[in-house]
Design a binder for this molecule. Structure first.
Ligand code: AMP
Length: 419
């Protein structure tokens, strides 16, 4: 037997209903907030991710699915969506007129991580990205949008964490200060952080290893080192939150190098522990780094597996059964019933049947399991009479349904019942 690859998961019909609901909700919310869908390839040149995400990040160091194509060029399955979208914005010159570009994107991402509950090698994200808006109001809109999407999707206990990482004017001095602080804590740091302490000291703030958390407890904070422009921006983001409460979290740095100023994360306190369902931030330097114009950008990503998992643990999902199940009692009625089901479907009715005759009892059981609203019984008697027996599955009431009606008229009668 050939099995799926480790960390790659099937989404089977029962579970797919959750995905459909979340995706439909995402599209509704995005439309209301004025974000348009973009779709970009799942494979890009490796260089794109190495240059955007950063060499000293976990993703680029050890989590990319990279391979050489037949000409020896190194390609990578996208580990995140931003880089590909930025590439498309540059390649198609979408930002040239300076107007705000508001995009969303849904699809699979690939990271070579150790699979565990809620963490896979192929997983899915909803991404939102805005280009050409430097104003703090858009950071605030994105945070409000993140919170709104998660709560309309049905998630409760969402908590937004917020921080500012400064900009090229103030971050280098902060980085030096932090690196100097970490030099005095080397004996407490995990092997990864010992290495990161010089190359990428901010990442140490984010490490989940207990000794590292202890080591950085009184580390210098980015929020104390912001330049006046970054401080003004950060204050304005907070002031524009409306009624939404956010937690200022000085240790929030997030895993990618390209962030500037605002970073945020949505965590849920449900299920006891803290879970990051999504996060993002501002990345004003990225478009230029990738060879494009010097334009500001900001975005976020939500992990859909994690959202599905949390929602499924919070409660059940109602799915709607067919409006009609046609029960076929013998071979003579089968072809007629099959035609009828197809034409009722074309007339807009959600109709179902078995593809072979069976006892009425077993077909009623199947219709009940599917949560069919009504059953139409068709056997030799019904064909002779020219009318099927329509039965309501809730009340048990029955009535005759003439078989010579048009499909539209029949669909209408079935919906009304006429008992
Ligand atoms: P990131 O791009 O790392 O900020 O991740 C954004 C969101 O994607 C996270 O909050 C998770 O919900 C989700 N995510 C990231 N990596 C994985 C993974 N390996 N498996 C499942 N979900 C993931």
């Amino acid at each position: 037997m050939i099995r799926a690859i480790r960390g790659f998961k099937d989404i089977l019909p029962g579970e797919a209903a959750w995905w459909q609901r979340i995706e439909a909700e995402a599209r509704r919310v995005m439309d209301r907030f004025g974000y348009q869908e973009a779709r970009v390839p799942v494979v890009e040149r490796t260089e794109l991710f190495a240059r955007s995400i950063g060499q000293d990040t976990d993703i680029v160091e050890k989590e990319m699915f990279s391979f050489a194509d037949r000409h020896g060029e190194s390609l990578t399955l996208r580990p995140e969506a931003t880089a590909g979208l930025v590439r498309a914005v540059i390649e198609h010159n979408l930002a040239a007129d300076g107007r705000p570009l508001k995009f969303f994107l849904m699809g699979p991402m690939f990271r070579y991580e150790r699979p565990q509950k809620g963490r896979q090698r192929q997983f899915h994200q909803l991404n939102v990205e805005v280009f050409n808006v430097a104003e703090p109001l858009i950071d605030a809109e994105l945070i409000v949008l993140l919170d709104h999407f998660l709560s309309t999707a049905g998630l409760s206990g969402v908590e937004i964490h917020l921080n500012s990482l400064g900009c090229p004017a103030c971050r280098p001095a902060y980085r030096e200060k932090l690196a100097a602080f970490l030099r005095g804590k080397m004996d407490l740091l995990c092997p990864d952080c010992t290495r990161r302490a010089e190359a990428n000291p901010l990442r140490v703030l984010d490490c989940k290893v207990p000794t590292c958390i202890e080591a950085v407890a009184d580390a210098p904070r980015t929020l104390d080192a912001l330049c006046p422009a970054c401080q003004t921006h950060f204050d304005a983001v907070q002031a524009a939150m409306g009624g939404l409460e956010v937690v200022v979290d000085p240790n929030l740095v997030r895993g990618l190098d390209y962030y500037t100023r605002t970073v945020f994360e949505a965590q849920t306190t449900d299920l006891g522990g803290q879970n990051a369902v999504g996060g993002g931030g501002r990345y004003d330097a990225l478009v230029k780094t990738l060879g494009g114009p010097d334009i500001p950008a900001v975005g976020w990503a939500v992990g859909l597996e994690r959202l599905v998992m949390l929602l499924a643990e919070q409660g059940g999902l109602e799915t709607e059964g067919p409006e009609l199940f046609v029960a076929v009692l013998d071979e003579t009625a089968l072809a007629r019933a099959f035609d009828l089901v197809q034409s009722l479907r074309r007339a807009g009715l959600k109709a179902e049947m078995d593809y072979a005759p069976a006892s009425l009892k077993s077909q009623l059981r199947r219709a009940g399991k599917m949560q069919a609203q009504r059953v139409l019984i068709m056997g030799p008697d019904e064909l002779n009479r020219g009318a099927g027996t329509l039965k309501d599955m809730v009340s048990g009431a029955q009535s005759d349904l003439p078989l010579n009606l048009t499909a539209e008229a029949m669909a209408e009668r079935i919906r009304q019942g006429g008992f």
